[in-house]
Design a protein around this ligand. Structure first.
Ligand code: PGA
Length: 306
């Protein structure tokens, strides 16, 4: 099969967008130029790769295969680029970092400290939930991920670098905020909780914690945002469970309080995770050493409110 890298790159973009127009925009080419290359690729394959039904474009079975290969080849080329960059030295590289929603409260501070050490590095920082992070690792779409404990059996390598305590929060005028002494877990069954979405690490950890203790919580608003949980709890819409990392400003301003609940906080750990089979670019290795070394630990100890 005779094809060119250029045809594969163009086809990858058309298949990802399922649109010639958007691929042409992305690649700064004319639409006819893109469709001509895709037609030539179809001729080389001897099979149609795309079909149009009504207004929509679909990948054929052969198209799906070519798309999978095109993506993997693209990633390999990027890796090659990074290896070459490594031979030129760590000073010029690009770090692709993805972090759990909750970790954004400290990730930028870590990146700022790291970038003072390595100038001339560019970054992409994606913030998303646990499920999406695992998908990104599986598809090799990121170098490193900051998340809770990675699941076993996925061929991932993770190193714990910092504690992540989960606490129960309330508005200061909530009746439980006035209670002295540890609040029994059972008492929480009478309250409504504002919770994160099901794919969130915080939500998974809290559900596991309560179900292991046979406690049934009532859940109210469900949201993908820790900030929304905090605002809803401040507004008296219920209690919340969030990472202590997200509470610096609210505890300082006194708009939220951490309740003293039996067996709390739930202690989790932040992990720096990558695919075991991934050849990490040097800048990613430098970041790994930075975060798990003395400087990273020092930053970690300052990223929780006093
Ligand atoms: P998340 O946090 O709830 O923002 O996904 C990740 C985690 O604690 O694992």
């Amino acid at each position: 099969m005779h094809l060119t890298l250029r045809q594969l790159t163009l086809f990858e973009s058309v298949a990802r967008h399922l649109s010639y127009t958007r691929a042409a925009e992305e690649l700064h080419l004319s639409q006819p130029a893109v469709s001509m290359q895709v037609r030539q690729l179809e001729e080389a394959a001897g099979l149609p790769l795309l079909e149009r039904m009504g207004k929509r474009l679909y990948l054929t079975e052969a198209g799906q295969e070519v798309y999978d290969y095109a993506r993997r080849i693209g990633q390999q080329l990027q890796e090659l680029d990074e290896v070459m960059a490594s031979l030129r030295g760590v000073q010029r590289g690009h770090l692709r970092l993805s972090v759990a929603t909750t970790a954004k409260s400290f990730a930028t501070r870590i990146l700022a400290a790291f970038s003072r050490r390595y100038e001339g590095i560019s970054y992409s920082l994606d913030v998303t939930n646990r499920k999406t992070l695992l998908g990104q690792l599986e598809n090799n779409e990121t170098d490193l991920v900051i998340m809770g404990q990675p699941p076993k059996g996925l061929d991932l390598e993770g190193q714990a670098f910092m504690e992540n305590p989960l606490v129960v929060i309330a508005s200061p005028d909530h009746p439980l905020a006035q209670e002295a002494g540890p609040i029994p877990l059972q008492r929480l069954e009478q309250e409504t909780f504002v919770v994160r979405e099901r794919e969130s690490g915080t939500r998974i950890a809290m559900e596991r914690f309560f179900s292991e203790r046979d406690i049934r919580l009532q859940t109210g608003i469900e949201t993908t945002s820790n900030t929304t949980i905090k605002r809803a709890v401040e507004a008296g819409l219920g209690l919340g469970i969030v990472s202590l990392h997200t509470l610096r400003l609210e505890l300082m301003a006194g708009t939220l309080v951490v309740l003293e609940v039996e067996e709390f906080p739930i202690i989790r750990h932040w992990h720096l995770v990558h695919r075991r089979d991934k050849r990490l670019p040097p800048i990613a290795r430098a970041f790994q050493e930075f975060l798990t070394g003395p400087e990273g630990r020092e930053l970690g100890s300052h990223s929780l409110p006093d």
